[in-house]
Every structure is written in structure tokens, then in C-alpha cells.
Design a protein around this ligand. Structure first.
Ligand code: DLZ
Ligand code: SF4
Length: 508
């Protein structure tokens, strides 16, 4: 009896549980470019092109390997427009009555598959390294679920960066070595870029035609779109950037978009790279003496720590998680996030790079666009929606915990022990943005003062009841309390004036 095997646009791995379970002789693989997935949020055109191109190449590869693949292109006249619709159509075509799927990375689609007329078996996504049942057990009875302790368990369990049961290099975490400010020069030319082949060019034309009015530039396009290219990009990173990745992982530069970042998150998130092979390549670089422990440990923590932990939190917290709003922030996302002019250089750079690349590195996301949104009290649902839309690596299992949890503190502290907020001085320390900015970062108030400076205190002041008992914030409340009343009043007035002008759409 023929069964359908669903492969979604972010499930492009030959080791996918649905493919492992299926029979190449009798089962039929269904892949579909559909309007529902391409428009349920208005994705960056580069993100759509990346996914469609990789889907087409993956389908061709499965076909070469002997699979019967029924592939629907977006422009096909009989395209029903949704994943359940395409499964129903292919079931009628083949007589199949059962679907094998690997569980999607989003509750919306999990529910849509559950509600179908066809019988759909959703298998665990074992490309992630965390068994969600195990996570539940680990989480049970803990007052807080801090990533660091989860990460240590993962290191032990997977045997990554371990030596005789002890952490390699004698400690679990080398983050204190990873906070160097922007260097004068970067000795890395950036991630490996790939010239679009015929398949990619066709997709770029399609996306330009259908989604050309969305925020973001589809060309130039250089992402890897198959496993071979993604592996070359990984090797290139390990060889040329990894040794200095740790030192400068939190630095930001006006004229260097990538510093020592790998830009392979998207490749992992759609299945072109397996997190295990990424960690093995990175660990090997340390064992061979090519890269220092602070770089290797810091990188591996992102992959088997943060990435896994975020996904486990998403599934543990449930479908309401992306819409939590613990701080009751209601302000609309200001137009500068969509490219409206701003005099704040850090934001203008982060948004410009996002528009052109569908990428910004993690500290731009957390401490520039995220920090600014939190300080201004933007509705976290709007912030989450923005991150979902603009980044090529964005899927709900990662953007919800990253944005709602870590960046906007809208989950009330499930993920973070304190909000990630800072004044301009943090950005000044870690970047070279401020020197060329319209605003003065050293100036705390008054005409021309960096807006982050007053917004920071305004945030602390307006959320005092929620945060003053947090031991990690006590020192900052002490500083605020020692300020003279007239200075506090000036800060409050100037922050409110700024927020009003921001909401009125003025160029700030
Ligand atoms: C993001 C995305 C887009 C833009 N398009 C498709 C598509 O046409 N077909 C498909 O199978 N998957 C697509 N995806 C990925 C899905 O949205 C993703 O599988 C779910 O959001 C779950 O992570
Ligand atoms: Fe950003 Fe303020 Fe620095 Fe300007 S001065 S770049 S607004 S932190």
C-alpha cells in the first residue's frame, strides 16, 4: 500500500525520520511550495528563495536516489496553496490513505496535520539532539531552567568536548574570554558565497515576481542551497574564522557585517547541516590545535546549548508562548524597523544589513534591535513577527524563545534571569558605531544625547516593581536612586518625548 511521505521546506535531510521510516519502493514523497507557508508571515524574499531553491535541489537528489517525488512548484496551476491541500491532492492521485511526517517545528502546522482527514503519523524530529521527554524530566522540580545547566548535561550525555568525564580545558564555559570589543581589522573575508546555478536563478526570478514588494532584497543571493555547499561553507568557517570567533563573538562593526561569524544557522535550521557534524568539525579543530578552547567551547555552546534549549523550551511552554506579554508592552513596531531613516547609526546599520542579507549576527539582534524594542516597550508579538519575517534562519521554534523569551523578557523569566537591556555605553564598548553617529553616546541627557541612555533608565523606572527585587539588578536601582530628583525628571521627560516622536513616525 502506498503511503505519502511529507518533507517540509525546513526538513531537507536524508536522515529525516519520515524518510527513514518510508519504503523507497512503494511510498511517494510529497514536497510542495505553497502560498500558505510563503505568506503566513511576510517573509524576506531571500528567505523564501533560500528555502524554495534548497527544496528543489533536495527533491532532485531524492529522485536520483530512486524516490518517487511529487513536487509542486508555487506557480503550478493545480497547486492547492497549503500543505494539507497538497497531501489531500496527492492522496487522491496515488490512492494513499496514510501520511508519514516528521513533526514540524511549529504548533500551527502540527495542528493542521492533526486535523486532516487523512491519517498522519508525526514522528519525532531526531535531527535535534534533545529528546523532549528527557527535557521534561530534567525540567521537573527545577525552580529555574537555566541554559547553562542544561548545556552541561548535553556535553556529558553527548560526550562533546569532554575528557575523562571532565569538561575539556578544565571548565564548562569560557565566556569571560569572549567579550573583546570591535577589532581594528578583521582577518576573515566573510562566509563562503555561492554563485546561483540555474535552479537558484529560476527561483530568484519567481520570488522577485511574486514577493518583490516585501521588505528585503532577493539579489545578490549567495547562500548555500544544498548539502555539499553547506558543508563547504562549514569547512571554510572552521578553517578561516573559528580560531578568532570566540574573541569577537559579541563585537559589532559598521563596515564589516559578518566579523568571524559562520552564518550557517540557516543551513542547520532547514536540514542541510546536521548539528552533530557541525560540533564534530569544530571540536576536531581544537583537538588538532587549530582553534583555541574559548572559540570552540563558545561555538559548541550555541549549537548543543542554546539552539537545543530554545527548541525544548518552545515545545515545553506550548502554543501560547509566542504571544506572551509579561511586561504588557503595547507600542507598535516603529517604521525604522522597515528601513525608515533613523539617525541612530547602530539601528540603521542593523536594519540595512538585515534588509540586504536576511541576516544580522546575534549581538545585533539582541543588543541593538532587540534591546531598543524592549526599552521602547514595543509589543513583543510585533517584535517576534519582525524576527520571523526578516531572517533566513527564522522558524517559530527558535524565534519565539529568542525574541519573546530572551530578548523581550515577555515570558517573565522562563529563559533569562534578567532583561537584556543596556544604555548606549554597552554598544559603544562593543562596536565602532558610535563614533560616526549623529548622537553622542557620552551625553546622558539633552539635545543630541544617545537615545539609549534615557530609554534605559526610563525602562528601569517604569518596571521598578517587577525588577527591583532581582539581585542582578539591585546595583542599577542603587545608581538610579542616588540620582538627583531633577535629573530623574529630565530623563523621564526626555524618554517620553522621544517615545512620542518615535510613535508619531518622526525621524529619530
Ligand atoms: C518557511 C517556509 C516557506 C517560506 N515555504 C514553504 C513551502 O512552500 N513549503 C514547505 O513545505 N515549507 C515551507 N516553509 C517552511 C515551513 O513554514 C516550516 O516547515 C514550518 O513553519 C515549520 O517549521
Ligand atoms: Fe547607537 Fe547611541 Fe551609539 Fe548612536 S550613539 S550608535 S544611537 S548607541
Amino acid at each position: 500500500m502506498t503511503r505519502l511521505v511529507l518533507v517540509l521546506g525546513d526538513q531537507l535531510s536524508e536522515t529525516l525520520s519520515a524518510l527513514k521510516e518510508a519504503d523507497r519502493e512503494t511510498d511517494v514523497v510529497v514536497m510542495a511550495e505553497v502560498a500558505d507557508e510563503a505568506t503566513y508571515v511576510q517573509h524576506h524574499p531571500k528567505k523564501i528563495a533560500f528555502i524554495f531553491a534548497a527544496m528543489r535541489k533536495f527533491a532532485a537528489r531524492l529522485q536520483e536516489d530512486g524516490w518517487d517525488v511529487r513536487y509542486t512548484q508555487l506557480d503550478d496551476t493545480d497547486n492547492s496553496g497549503s500543505i494539507p491541500g497538497e497531501l489531500t491532492r496527492r492522496a487522491e492521485e496515488t490512492g494513499a490513505t496514510e501520511v508519514i511526517a516528521t513533526q514540524p517545528g511549529e504548533f500551527r502546522l502540527i495542528e493542521a496535520l492533526d486535523e486532516m482527514g487523512l491519517k498522519v503519523r508525526q514522528l519525532a524530529d531526531d535531527r535535534f539532539l534533545t529528546d523532549l521527554g528527557w527535557f521534561e524530566e530534567w525540567a521537573k522540580g527545577r525552580k529555574t531552567l537555566r541554559m547553562e545547566y542544561f548545556y552541561r548535561e548535553m556535553r556529558k550525555h553527548l560526550g562533546i568536548l569532554m575528557e575523562d568525564g571532565e569538561p575539556a580545558g578544565g571548565q564548562w564555559n569560557f565566556d569571560h574570554d569572549n567579550r573583546k570589543p570591535a577589532p581594528d581589522e578583521v582577518a576573515f573575508g566573510g562566509p563562503m558565497e555561492f554563485t546561483p546555478d540555474e535552479t537558484v536563478e529560476e527561483v530568484l526570478d519567481l520570488v522577485e515576481r511574486r514577493f518583490g514588494n516585501s521588505f528585503g532584497d532577493v539579489r545578490p543571493f549567495w547562500f548555500a542551497t544544498d548539502q555539499g555547499q553547506a558543508r563547504r561553507a562549514l569547512t571554510h568557517f572552521v578553517k578561516h574564522a573559528l580560531p578568532r570567533f570566540g574573541d569577537f563573538q559579541d563585537a559589532m562593526m559598521g563596515d564589516n557585517r559578518f566579523l568571524y561569524h559562520s552564518v550557517i544557522s540557516g543551513y542547520m535550521n532547514i536540514g542541510l547541516l546536521d548539528p552533530r557534524e557541525v560540533c564534530e568539525a569544530v571540536e576536531e579543530a581544537w583537538r588538532e590545535g587549530h582553534a583555541p578552547i574559548n572559540a570552540v567551547e563558545g561555538y559548541i555552546r550555541q549549537v548543543i546549548g542554546w539552539r537545543e534549549y530554545m527548541r525544548a523550551i518552545y515545545f515545553r511552554e506550548g502554543p501560547d508562548y509566542p504571544r506572551r506579554n509579561w511586561l504588557n508592552h503595547q507600542r507598535k513596531l516603529p517604521p525604522l524597523y522597515w528601513g525608515q531613516e533613523t539617525k541612530m547609526r547602530c539601528l540603521s546599520k542593523a536594519v540595512e544589513e538585515t534588509k540586504e542579507e536576511a541576516y544580522a549576527h546575534h549581538i545585533q539582534r539582541l543588543m541593538v534591535t532587540g534591546n531598543f524594542a524592549l526599552l521602547c516597550g514595543i509589543d513583543p508579538a510585533e517584535v517576534e513577527d519582525w524576527y520571523m519575517r526578516v531572517y533566513f534562519d527564522a522558524f517559530e521554534w527558535v524565534t519565539a524563545p529568542n525574541t519573546v523569551g530572551m530578548s523581550q523578557f515577555a515570558d517573565g523569566g522562563v529563559i533569562a534571569s534578567k532583561p537584556y537591556v543596556s544604555s548606549g555605553s554597552y554598544i559603544d564598548r562593543m562596536s565602532d558605531y558610535c563614533g560616526d553617529c549623529h548622537y553622542s553616546v557620552k551625553q546622558k541627557t539633552g539635545e543630541g544625547a544617545c537615545p539609549f541612555n534615557v530609554l534605559y533608565w526610563h525602562f528601569m523606572d517604569r518596571h521598578r516593581e517587577r525588577f527591583e527585587k532581582n539581585p542582578r539588578m539591585a546595583q542599577m536601582y542603587g545608581t538610579w536612586d542616588r540620582m538627583k530628583d531633577d535629573k530623574k525628571a529630565t530623563i523621564r521627560d526626555e524618554a517620553e518625548d522621544f517615545l512620542k516622536r518615535l510613535s508619531d513616525g518622526e525621524v529619530v
